[in-house]
Design a protein around this ligand. Structure first.
Ligand code: SF4
Ligand code: SF4
Length: 178
């Protein structure tokens, strides 16, 4: 079946690595916005943007959480920047089984940037005082695809971790209690 084309507003955040000073205000505001209740706490481990510093030593690279990868990728490319070599994983946006980034620290569930749903402008962009992050919107014709809901992603991840049968038993037990 041929997917239908549809006009869609594509939201993106442009990153200027040269301007980033590593202040991590973006991590703080993102984690506070997504805390429950909203703004009740901040913990960069819960942020959907992480500022990578270690592998680069002298520059800061903000990376937004992207799609959840259920399995590790097969390849490990290496990048040479300014004469230094870096592992591809340092810049990867995926929450994947081989590293702890972009996972909710308590539950291990994958985190994904949602562009601060409901806000006029993404908060990491608003809080970046040196304009290292710039918000852009453009209209594009895209093939209509069903995006998995956050809940679906979470359940898939729990099923991967504990097995589908155990998940089903637990849900059945919980529904009896409520
Ligand atoms: S708020 Fe801006 S300057 Fe600070 S770490 Fe984030 S991207 Fe870099
Ligand atoms: S756009 Fe919002 S959800 Fe995405 S990283 Fe920035 S603050 Fe977090």
């Amino acid at each position: 079946m041929k997917a239908e084309k549809k006009k869609k507003i594509v939201k993106s955040i442009k990153i200027d690595v040269d301007k980033c000073n590593g202040c991590r205000a973006c991590e703080l505001i993102c984690s506070a916005f997504h805390a429950a209740p909203k703004y009740s706490s901040n913990n960069p481990a819960r942020s959907r943007i992480r500022v990578i510093h270690e592998p680069l030593k002298d520059i800061y690279v903000p990376v937004h959480a992207g799609e959840n990868a259920r399995a590790e990728c097969m390849g490990r490319n290496k990048y040479t920047i300014d004469g230094k070599q870096y592992e591809e994983c340092a810049f990867c946006r995926a929450s994947c089984p081989s590293r702890g980034d972009f996972k909710e620290p308590d539950s291990g569930l994958p985190l994904k940037c949602d562009m601060c749903e409901g806000e006029k402008e993404p908060l990491c962009v608003k809080w970046c005082l040196v304009d290292a992050l710039t918000y852009e919107e453009r209209e594009e014709e895209v093939e209509e695809q069903e995006e998995p809901e956050e809940l679906e992603l979470g359940l898939e991840s729990l099923a991967d971790k504990y097995g589908l049968d155990k998940l089903k038993d637990t849900l059945a037990r919980m529904s009896k209690k409520s």
